[in-house]
Ligand binder design. Structure first.
Ligand code: UT7
Length: 320
């Protein structure tokens, strides 16, 4: 008998501080009008000093665990998708495990940049398929404010901090219907933070750099491709998608993807206006919002799709 997994709880967390485009006008040579018309972003949240990826993850996880109606001690596996870990090691997943007050279960980080959550969900659902785990916690958490060059207007206006989490439960029926993951490392230079720690010093430049328009075109292309791939694998049509939750980087990318898939924007969950691009956190943040406000309902098909540095991209198709 095939063992599937189902999302039984979602949660999210946004840091208290809000930075609007108007605030950014006072920091770099930009305008609210430029940022909004090019990206759809109006504001983003920024973590407080000392507030780390594991802290954001903890708040989101507690909400997801509560929504699942279980306690932290029931969690059998922790996967944390992040590109902005608390430290080089231990993993943010291990730090989160300790903050949740549990021990013993496997906990590891997933590094796939903005595709991290779909990679993490894909990995966790494969683990669940072994039947060894009843519940898994999958989190996307980011503090991109720490890896931005706040003097570079072409990148600092685009990103924000936040976290989202889901609890997976073992089930005899999907749940998670399919997961398709991809990568092409030949595009590594297109979007990167080309720095590391070496000999007690920072080597390279540990700030985000991006070839914006190349990334834009790549994202639109692969977001359409992975949606088609997921539908074909499940013998579904575009009209069967009840909700599309794409990575939230730019409303123009999201609209172009929806157009190519023939989907009305009413079927697309968007948070980019208020959260900006929160990388691995963007999909679970949007998912939590649409679950909690009642848009996503039992029996519906929900397609998650991510794309980001690496390059990495992928989809997870869910029957809710
Ligand atoms: O998370 C996964 C990956 N990330 C993404 O998916 C992001 C993908 N890329 C994008 O969203 C868009 O390419 C951007 C929003 C980054 C840029 O939009 P664009 O329409 O591709 O603009 P552009 O890069 O062609 O820049 C147009 C102009 C440039 O000026 P010139 O050379 O035309 O005079 C930039 O210097 O806009 C200028 N510019 C700005 N102006 C005001 C760049 N950033 C800003 C800014 N404010 N913040």
């Amino acid at each position: 008998m095939t063992i599937y997994s189902r999302i039984v709880g979602t949660g999210s967390y946004l840091p208290a501080k809000v930075l609007t485009n108007r605030d950014l006008e006072r920091m770099v040579d930009t305008t609210d009008e430029w940022v909004f018309t090019r990206t759809g972003i109006r504001q983003r949240h920024v973590a407080a000093e000392g507030e780390n990826a594991s802290d954001l993850a903890l708040s989101a996880s507690r909400r997801a665990i509560e929504a699942a109606g279980i306690g932290p001690q029931n969690i059998g596996l922790i996967v944390v998708a992040t590109t902005t870990p608390d430290m080089v090691f231990p993993s943010t997943a291990c730090i989160l495990q300790a903050k949740l007050g549990i021990k013993g279960c496997p906990a590891f980080d997933m590094q796939a940049v903005c595709s991290g959550f779909v990679y993490g969900l894909g990995a966790a659902s494969q683990f669940m398929g072994t039947g060894q785990y009843k519940y898994a916690l999958v989190v996307g958490t980011e503090v991109y404010s720490r890896i931005l060059d706040w003097q570079d207007r072409s990148t600092c206006v685009l990103f924000g901090d936040g976290a989202g989490a889901v609890v997976l439960k073992q089930d005899s029926a999907p749940g998670i219907m399919s997961c398709h993951l991809h990568a092409d490392g030949s595009y590594a230079g297109m979007l990167s933070v080309p720095g590391t720690v070496s000999g007690g010093k920072i080597s390279g430049r540990p700030l985000l750099q991006m070839e914006g328009s190349t990334v834009f075109k790549f994202a639109v292309k692969v977001l359409e491709e992975v949606a088609e791939e997921a539908l074909a694998a499940n013998h579904l049509r575009k009209s069967n998608i009840d909700w599309l939750i794409p990575h939230q980087a730019n409303i123009r990318i999201i609209k172009a993807t929806a157009r190519r898939l023939g989907l009305s924007m009413e079927k697309v969950v968007t948070t980019v206006d208020r959260h900006a691009n929160t990388s691995a956190a963007s999909i679970p943040l949007a998912l939590d919002e649409a679950v909690r406000d009642g848009r996503i309902r039992s029996g519906q098909h929900v397609l998650l799709e991510g794309v980001g540095g690496g390059f990495t991209w992928g989809s997870v198709l869910i029957k809710w």
